[in-house]
Ligand binder design. Structure first.
Ligand SMILES: *Cc1c(COP(=O)(O)O)cnc(C)c1O
Length: 302
Protein backbone atom coordinates (compact mmCIF):
# COMPACT_ATOMS: atom_id res chain seq x y z
CA UNK A 1 0.00 0.00 0.00
CA UNK A 2 2.69 2.45 1.11
CA UNK A 3 4.85 2.03 -1.96
CA UNK A 4 2.13 3.49 -4.21
CA UNK A 5 2.29 6.67 -2.18
CA UNK A 6 6.07 6.92 -2.20
CA UNK A 7 6.37 8.15 1.36
CA UNK A 8 9.53 9.60 2.77
CA UNK A 9 9.76 7.53 5.99
CA UNK A 10 11.80 7.48 8.21
CA UNK A 11 11.88 11.26 8.23
CA UNK A 12 15.03 13.27 8.71
CA UNK A 13 15.95 15.43 11.68
CA UNK A 14 17.11 19.03 11.23
CA UNK A 15 19.01 20.83 13.95
CA UNK A 16 17.72 24.37 14.47
CA UNK A 17 20.41 26.96 14.99
CA UNK A 18 19.87 30.44 16.35
CA UNK A 19 21.55 33.02 18.56
CA UNK A 20 18.96 32.53 21.24
CA UNK A 21 19.52 28.78 21.37
CA UNK A 22 23.25 29.27 21.37
CA UNK A 23 23.07 31.83 24.14
CA UNK A 24 20.76 29.72 26.31
CA UNK A 25 22.59 26.49 25.49
CA UNK A 26 19.42 24.74 24.49
CA UNK A 27 19.32 22.45 21.47
CA UNK A 28 16.31 21.92 19.22
CA UNK A 29 16.04 19.03 16.79
CA UNK A 30 13.15 19.13 14.35
CA UNK A 31 11.74 15.80 13.21
CA UNK A 32 10.60 16.55 9.70
CA UNK A 33 7.30 14.71 9.35
CA UNK A 34 6.29 17.66 7.18
CA UNK A 35 8.43 16.00 4.50
CA UNK A 36 6.65 12.61 4.57
CA UNK A 37 4.66 13.53 1.49
CA UNK A 38 3.74 16.70 -0.35
CA UNK A 39 0.04 16.19 0.41
CA UNK A 40 -0.29 13.45 3.04
CA UNK A 41 2.09 15.39 5.22
CA UNK A 42 2.94 15.46 8.88
CA UNK A 43 1.06 13.35 11.31
CA UNK A 44 -1.78 12.57 8.91
CA UNK A 45 -0.20 9.50 7.37
CA UNK A 46 0.85 8.23 10.81
CA UNK A 47 -2.79 8.25 11.88
CA UNK A 48 -4.17 6.72 8.70
CA UNK A 49 -1.73 3.86 8.25
CA UNK A 50 -3.24 1.25 10.59
CA UNK A 51 -6.77 2.43 9.93
CA UNK A 52 -6.28 1.70 6.23
CA UNK A 53 -4.92 -1.75 7.05
CA UNK A 54 -7.87 -2.43 9.32
CA UNK A 55 -10.41 -1.22 6.75
CA UNK A 56 -8.87 -3.44 4.13
CA UNK A 57 -8.72 -6.49 6.37
CA UNK A 58 -12.40 -6.00 7.22
CA UNK A 59 -13.26 -5.92 3.52
CA UNK A 60 -14.23 -2.25 3.29
CA UNK A 61 -13.94 -0.24 0.08
CA UNK A 62 -15.01 3.10 1.52
CA UNK A 63 -13.54 5.22 4.30
CA UNK A 64 -15.60 7.87 6.09
CA UNK A 65 -14.18 10.61 8.25
CA UNK A 66 -14.84 14.08 9.63
CA UNK A 67 -13.39 17.56 9.63
CA UNK A 68 -13.82 21.32 9.35
CA UNK A 69 -13.91 23.14 6.00
CA UNK A 70 -10.11 23.57 5.98
CA UNK A 71 -9.34 20.18 7.49
CA UNK A 72 -5.81 18.92 6.84
CA UNK A 73 -7.09 15.49 7.75
CA UNK A 74 -9.83 15.35 5.07
CA UNK A 75 -7.46 16.86 2.54
CA UNK A 76 -4.85 14.15 3.16
CA UNK A 77 -7.46 11.40 3.46
CA UNK A 78 -9.14 12.17 0.13
CA UNK A 79 -5.83 12.09 -1.70
CA UNK A 80 -4.53 8.94 0.00
CA UNK A 81 -7.80 7.05 -0.54
CA UNK A 82 -7.91 8.03 -4.18
CA UNK A 83 -4.35 6.81 -4.75
CA UNK A 84 -4.72 3.58 -2.81
CA UNK A 85 -8.10 2.71 -4.28
CA UNK A 86 -10.55 3.38 -1.46
CA UNK A 87 -13.67 5.46 -1.97
CA UNK A 88 -13.96 8.21 0.61
CA UNK A 89 -16.69 10.21 2.32
CA UNK A 90 -16.07 13.41 4.29
CA UNK A 91 -18.56 14.76 6.80
CA UNK A 92 -17.84 18.47 6.94
CA UNK A 93 -18.60 20.94 9.71
CA UNK A 94 -20.36 24.01 8.37
CA UNK A 95 -19.32 22.75 4.92
CA UNK A 96 -22.23 24.24 2.94
CA UNK A 97 -20.82 27.75 3.43
CA UNK A 98 -17.37 26.75 2.21
CA UNK A 99 -18.18 24.17 -0.40
CA UNK A 100 -15.98 25.72 -3.07
CA UNK A 101 -12.94 26.57 -0.94
CA UNK A 102 -9.57 25.16 -1.92
CA UNK A 103 -9.54 22.33 0.63
CA UNK A 104 -13.01 21.02 -0.18
CA UNK A 105 -12.46 21.48 -3.92
CA UNK A 106 -9.32 19.40 -3.59
CA UNK A 107 -11.26 16.72 -1.71
CA UNK A 108 -13.87 16.61 -4.48
CA UNK A 109 -11.19 16.40 -7.17
CA UNK A 110 -9.96 13.35 -5.32
CA UNK A 111 -13.43 11.81 -5.54
CA UNK A 112 -14.31 12.34 -1.91
CA UNK A 113 -18.08 12.50 -1.42
CA UNK A 114 -18.94 15.36 0.90
CA UNK A 115 -21.79 15.43 3.38
CA UNK A 116 -22.40 18.76 5.09
CA UNK A 117 -23.60 19.32 8.65
CA UNK A 118 -24.27 22.65 10.31
CA UNK A 119 -22.16 23.52 13.36
CA UNK A 120 -24.54 22.27 15.98
CA UNK A 121 -25.44 19.03 14.21
CA UNK A 122 -21.77 18.44 13.61
CA UNK A 123 -20.93 19.03 17.21
CA UNK A 124 -23.65 16.89 18.76
CA UNK A 125 -24.86 14.38 16.18
CA UNK A 126 -22.05 13.58 13.79
CA UNK A 127 -21.66 10.01 15.08
CA UNK A 128 -25.41 9.42 15.50
CA UNK A 129 -27.01 6.36 13.90
CA UNK A 130 -29.54 8.58 12.17
CA UNK A 131 -26.91 10.57 10.31
CA UNK A 132 -24.74 7.56 9.57
CA UNK A 133 -27.76 5.70 8.16
CA UNK A 134 -28.54 8.65 5.92
CA UNK A 135 -24.96 8.74 4.67
CA UNK A 136 -25.07 4.99 4.03
CA UNK A 137 -28.31 5.36 2.06
CA UNK A 138 -26.87 8.19 -0.05
CA UNK A 139 -23.47 6.62 -0.69
CA UNK A 140 -22.46 3.18 0.58
CA UNK A 141 -21.35 1.32 3.68
CA UNK A 142 -18.07 2.47 5.13
CA UNK A 143 -15.26 2.14 7.65
CA UNK A 144 -15.28 5.07 10.10
CA UNK A 145 -12.18 6.97 11.08
CA UNK A 146 -13.16 9.48 13.78
CA UNK A 147 -12.44 13.20 13.51
CA UNK A 148 -8.73 13.92 13.22
CA UNK A 149 -7.89 10.20 12.83
CA UNK A 150 -8.18 10.02 16.57
CA UNK A 151 -8.63 6.38 17.55
CA UNK A 152 -6.46 3.60 18.94
CA UNK A 153 -5.08 2.72 15.50
CA UNK A 154 -4.24 6.38 14.92
CA UNK A 155 -2.36 6.46 18.20
CA UNK A 156 -0.59 3.23 17.27
CA UNK A 157 0.74 4.82 14.09
CA UNK A 158 2.03 7.80 16.08
CA UNK A 159 3.82 5.48 18.49
CA UNK A 160 6.23 4.74 15.65
CA UNK A 161 7.46 8.31 15.16
CA UNK A 162 10.12 8.42 17.87
CA UNK A 163 11.34 4.88 17.20
CA UNK A 164 12.87 6.08 13.97
CA UNK A 165 15.82 7.75 15.65
CA UNK A 166 17.94 7.01 18.68
CA UNK A 167 18.65 10.64 19.35
CA UNK A 168 19.00 11.48 23.01
CA UNK A 169 16.67 14.25 24.13
CA UNK A 170 15.10 15.53 27.32
CA UNK A 171 11.82 16.88 25.96
CA UNK A 172 9.51 16.11 23.08
CA UNK A 173 7.26 18.92 21.87
CA UNK A 174 4.36 18.69 19.43
CA UNK A 175 1.17 20.59 18.65
CA UNK A 176 -2.13 19.19 19.89
CA UNK A 177 -5.31 19.06 17.81
CA UNK A 178 -7.33 16.08 18.96
CA UNK A 179 -4.37 14.86 21.01
CA UNK A 180 -3.98 11.67 19.00
CA UNK A 181 -0.41 12.41 17.93
CA UNK A 182 0.49 13.52 21.43
CA UNK A 183 -0.91 10.25 22.83
CA UNK A 184 1.20 8.14 20.49
CA UNK A 185 4.33 10.10 21.33
CA UNK A 186 3.74 9.91 25.09
CA UNK A 187 3.00 6.18 25.01
CA UNK A 188 6.20 5.51 23.11
CA UNK A 189 8.32 7.53 25.55
CA UNK A 190 7.88 5.18 28.55
CA UNK A 191 8.06 8.07 31.01
CA UNK A 192 11.75 8.51 30.14
CA UNK A 193 11.51 12.07 28.87
CA UNK A 194 9.01 14.87 29.22
CA UNK A 195 6.34 15.66 26.66
CA UNK A 196 4.94 19.17 26.19
CA UNK A 197 1.88 19.58 24.00
CA UNK A 198 1.18 23.02 22.53
CA UNK A 199 -2.53 23.58 22.22
CA UNK A 200 -3.91 26.13 19.73
CA UNK A 201 -7.28 26.18 21.51
CA UNK A 202 -8.58 28.48 24.22
CA UNK A 203 -9.99 25.54 26.13
CA UNK A 204 -8.21 22.21 26.34
CA UNK A 205 -10.66 20.06 28.25
CA UNK A 206 -11.34 17.79 25.29
CA UNK A 207 -7.67 17.48 24.42
CA UNK A 208 -6.77 16.74 28.00
CA UNK A 209 -9.53 14.14 28.21
CA UNK A 210 -8.51 12.52 24.99
CA UNK A 211 -4.87 12.21 25.94
CA UNK A 212 -5.91 10.89 29.35
CA UNK A 213 -7.94 8.23 27.57
CA UNK A 214 -4.81 6.81 25.95
CA UNK A 215 -2.23 7.95 28.52
CA UNK A 216 -3.77 7.75 31.96
CA UNK A 217 -1.77 9.69 34.55
CA UNK A 218 -1.52 6.48 36.59
CA UNK A 219 0.68 5.06 33.86
CA UNK A 220 2.06 8.14 32.14
CA UNK A 221 3.01 11.10 34.27
CA UNK A 222 5.52 12.78 32.01
CA UNK A 223 3.28 15.06 29.98
CA UNK A 224 1.72 18.50 30.20
CA UNK A 225 -0.09 20.91 27.92
CA UNK A 226 0.76 24.55 27.28
CA UNK A 227 -2.54 26.32 26.89
CA UNK A 228 -1.76 30.04 26.56
CA UNK A 229 -0.52 29.45 23.05
CA UNK A 230 -3.72 30.23 21.11
CA UNK A 231 -3.42 33.89 19.99
CA UNK A 232 -7.10 34.43 20.76
CA UNK A 233 -8.42 31.04 19.69
CA UNK A 234 -8.16 28.26 17.16
CA UNK A 235 -7.17 29.62 13.76
CA UNK A 236 -6.72 33.15 15.13
CA UNK A 237 -3.53 34.93 14.11
CA UNK A 238 -1.88 38.31 14.50
CA UNK A 239 1.01 40.24 12.95
CA UNK A 240 3.50 39.00 15.54
CA UNK A 241 2.79 35.44 14.57
CA UNK A 242 2.89 36.14 10.84
CA UNK A 243 6.20 37.97 11.17
CA UNK A 244 7.60 35.22 13.33
CA UNK A 245 6.72 32.53 10.78
CA UNK A 246 8.14 34.65 7.96
CA UNK A 247 11.38 35.22 9.86
CA UNK A 248 11.61 31.54 10.75
CA UNK A 249 11.46 30.67 7.07
CA UNK A 250 14.16 33.21 6.24
CA UNK A 251 16.43 31.95 9.02
CA UNK A 252 15.95 28.22 8.67
CA UNK A 253 14.37 27.62 5.24
CA UNK A 254 11.57 25.74 6.97
CA UNK A 255 7.92 26.60 6.60
CA UNK A 256 5.56 26.59 9.56
CA UNK A 257 1.79 26.69 9.30
CA UNK A 258 -0.04 29.37 11.29
CA UNK A 259 -2.49 27.09 13.08
CA UNK A 260 -0.18 24.62 14.77
CA UNK A 261 3.57 24.81 14.14
CA UNK A 262 3.94 28.60 14.02
CA UNK A 263 2.26 28.95 17.40
CA UNK A 264 4.29 26.08 18.83
CA UNK A 265 7.62 27.63 17.90
CA UNK A 266 6.54 31.09 18.97
CA UNK A 267 5.67 29.78 22.45
CA UNK A 268 8.66 27.46 22.63
CA UNK A 269 11.08 30.30 21.87
CA UNK A 270 9.31 32.40 24.47
CA UNK A 271 9.80 29.65 27.07
CA UNK A 272 13.46 29.52 26.16
CA UNK A 273 13.88 33.28 26.60
CA UNK A 274 12.26 32.85 30.05
CA UNK A 275 14.82 30.15 31.00
CA UNK A 276 12.12 27.52 31.29
CA UNK A 277 14.68 24.91 30.21
CA UNK A 278 17.95 24.15 31.97
CA UNK A 279 21.21 24.67 30.12
CA UNK A 280 22.16 21.70 27.90
CA UNK A 281 18.54 20.68 27.42
CA UNK A 282 17.86 18.81 24.20
CA UNK A 283 14.40 19.23 22.72
CA UNK A 284 12.91 17.16 19.93
CA UNK A 285 10.10 19.00 18.13
CA UNK A 286 7.78 17.12 15.79
CA UNK A 287 6.94 19.08 12.64
CA UNK A 288 3.41 17.92 11.95
CA UNK A 289 3.13 19.61 8.55
CA UNK A 290 -0.21 21.30 7.86
CA UNK A 291 0.81 23.71 5.15
CA UNK A 292 -2.25 23.24 2.95
CA UNK A 293 -4.70 25.00 5.29
CA UNK A 294 -3.15 28.43 4.93
CA UNK A 295 -5.86 29.74 2.59
CA UNK A 296 -8.36 29.71 5.47
CA UNK A 297 -6.77 32.80 6.94
CA UNK A 298 -7.67 35.12 4.15
CA UNK A 299 -11.25 34.12 4.66
CA UNK A 300 -11.24 34.39 8.43
CA UNK A 301 -12.06 30.82 9.33
CA UNK A 302 -10.21 27.66 10.13
C1 LIG B 1 -3.88 17.66 12.20
C2 LIG B 1 -2.75 18.41 12.70
C3 LIG B 1 -2.38 18.44 14.05
C4 LIG B 1 -3.23 17.79 15.12
O1 LIG B 1 -2.90 16.46 15.38
P1 LIG B 1 -3.70 15.63 16.47
O2 LIG B 1 -3.18 14.25 16.31
O3 LIG B 1 -5.15 15.69 16.09
O4 LIG B 1 -3.45 16.21 17.79
C5 LIG B 1 -1.23 19.09 14.41
N1 LIG B 1 -0.48 19.74 13.50
C6 LIG B 1 -0.83 19.78 12.20
C7 LIG B 1 0.02 20.56 11.28
C8 LIG B 1 -1.97 19.13 11.75
O5 LIG B 1 -2.32 19.20 10.46
Amino acid sequence: MTHILNLNIPTEITKIKSNLLHQKQVEIFLKRDDLIHEIISGNKWRKLKYNFQQAKSQGHNTILSYGGPYSNHLHALSYACNKIGFDSIGIVRNGESYKDNSTLSFCKENNMKLYYLDRSNYRFNKYSQEILNDVKKKFSKFYIIPEGGNNFLGVKGCEEILCESNLNYDYVCAPVGTGCTASGLIRSMNNCHKFIGFSPFKKNIEQQKNIMHFCDFKLYNNWSLISDNHFGGFGKIDDNLINFVRQFKLNHSIELDLVYMGKLFYSLFYLITQDFFLKKTKILVLHTGGLQGVQGFNLGTS
